[in-house]
Design a protein around this ligand. Structure first.
Ligand code: LLP
Length: 385
């Protein structure tokens, strides 16, 4: 663990803060490049929602990935970090007019569209600007991703996407829209998916849908299978880089692409999650009736995942070498849910020790809030310390 964190340097930094291992990020990106090198028609976009920190975005952009954005703010962040606009896809169930206009003005690659009213609106805005919008239809494939119910998106009773029973009527309607060009199909079944069979199920469903479209004489240029590849939260050091080989090979084996069809991915968590840790200082050790609480200076405002999804993050005391004891690790926020972990085994912990809350690179810093008038956490990078 000593090698993972520059503890001497941490001692001069005000806590809490995010620490990003930029070498691991670069290695992760190299692995993705290596595993897709043999497939020139595979295009990996980074899901900006996972972490929109400019330094992180810039490293990802330098490595040639595109950007998957879900808001005008994310499009701006991606452009600022230098992502070429023709590698930006724009998804989201509720795009506001200004965001759609920003998409046109920036000449983004594609709008992932989720409903007929949205198609109508994009068509109208495009016609006013004398443009044709390239769109992919986001289809809800009704696949169970076997993940937390808050982050599963591909089941039929879900706000995301066009359900299969509506597909034909949407296609009929599309023909009437003069300023829309259908270029692709988009899917996303959920996040933190570790069972490759879920992705296999998605491939089989896409094959069926493509067959159906073919019967209607429709072949789209691109298929976008979204993101969702999970990571190892329990043992981050055992699997710092997710198994991209198995992931991409599921699509290679099971997805029947038509000649010249391009395949797009939108990966967020699997790219950045293991590269980030939230570093926090122990304020107090409080004796409970049957347990000891470690009260730290980070709270659910800095990392909301445990409070919001009951998510597990490995917690380590990175400054104590003493024999482990059990604690509940809690933050200072006035909410009972402000708890990072219960019955956590930590090297015997004292006031002033530093803890690392691991696997926090994705949906950590970006979901921080200022509740209780707290400051947003700062970020530091391994190659800049
Ligand atoms: N594409 C679409 C359309 C998405 O909705 C998402 C994530 C992604 C790609 C990227 O998925 P990833 O590769 O990161 O799994 N805040 C939650 C996760 C929400 C995911 C939302 N959509 C969490 O902390 O677990």
């Amino acid at each position: 663990m000593k090698g993972l964190f520059p503890i001497d340097k941490f001692k001069n930094i005000e806590t809490p803060f995010y620490y990003y291992n930029t070498s691991l990020l670069r290695e992760t990106l190299n692995t993705i490049k290596k595993e897709t090198a043999q497939f020139p028609n595979y295009h990996v976009h980074y899901a900006v929602k996972a972490n929109a920190n400019n330094r992180i975005l810039s490293i990802i952009r330098e490595n040639g990935l595109g950007a998957d954005c879900v808001s005008g703010g994310e499009i701006k962040a991606a452009l600022k970090a230098g992502f070429p606009s023709d590698k930006i896809v724009f998804a989201g169930v509720g795009k506001a007019d200004w965001e759609i206009k920003l998409g046109f003005e920036s000449n983004i690659f594609c709008f992932n569209v989720e409903s007929i009213p949205e198609l109508d609106n994009i068509n109208e805005l495009a016609s006013i600007q004398g443009k044709t919008a390239s769109v992919a239809l986001r289809i809800n494939p009704n696949i169970d991703a076997h993940t937390h119910h808050y982050i599963t998106t591909g089941l039929s009773e879900n706000k995301f996407g066009i359900s299969l029973i509506h597909l034909d009527s949407v296609l009929d309607h599309l023909i009437t829209l003069k300023n829309i060009k259908l270029i692709g199909l988009h899917f996303h079944i959920g996040s933190q998916i570790t069972d490759m069979d879920s992705f296999k199920g998605l491939c089989i469903r896409i094959n069926e849908i493509q067959e159906h479209l073919y019967q209607r004489m429709i072949i789209v240029d691109s298929i976008n299978v979204g993101g969702g590849l999970g990571i190892n939260y329990e043992e981050p050091d055992k699997e710092p880089i997710p198994d991209f080989r198995s992931y991409f090979s599921v699509f290679y084996k099971h997805l029947k692409l038509r000649p010249k069809q391009e395949l797009h991915f939108e990966l967020g968590r699997s790219i950045i999650c293991q590269c980030g840790s939230l570093i926090t200082k122990v304020l107090y050790i409080k004796e409970g009736i049957n347990k000891k609480f470690v009260i730290v200076d980070a709270g659910m405002t800095d990392l909301i995942r445990p409070a919001l999804y009951q998510a597990y993050h490995k917690i380590e005391n990175i400054t104590s070498g003493l024999a482990p004891e059990e604690y509940d690790v809690v933050g200072p926020i006035c909410e009972s849910s402000d708890c990072f972990g219960k019955i956590v085994s930590l090297n015997a912990t004292h006031r002033g020790d530093l803890l690392a809350i691991r696997s926090s690179g994705a949906y950590g810093e970006i979901m921080a809030s200022q509740y209780n008038c707290r400051e947003l956490p700062k970020a530091y990078y391994q190659d800049e310390l």
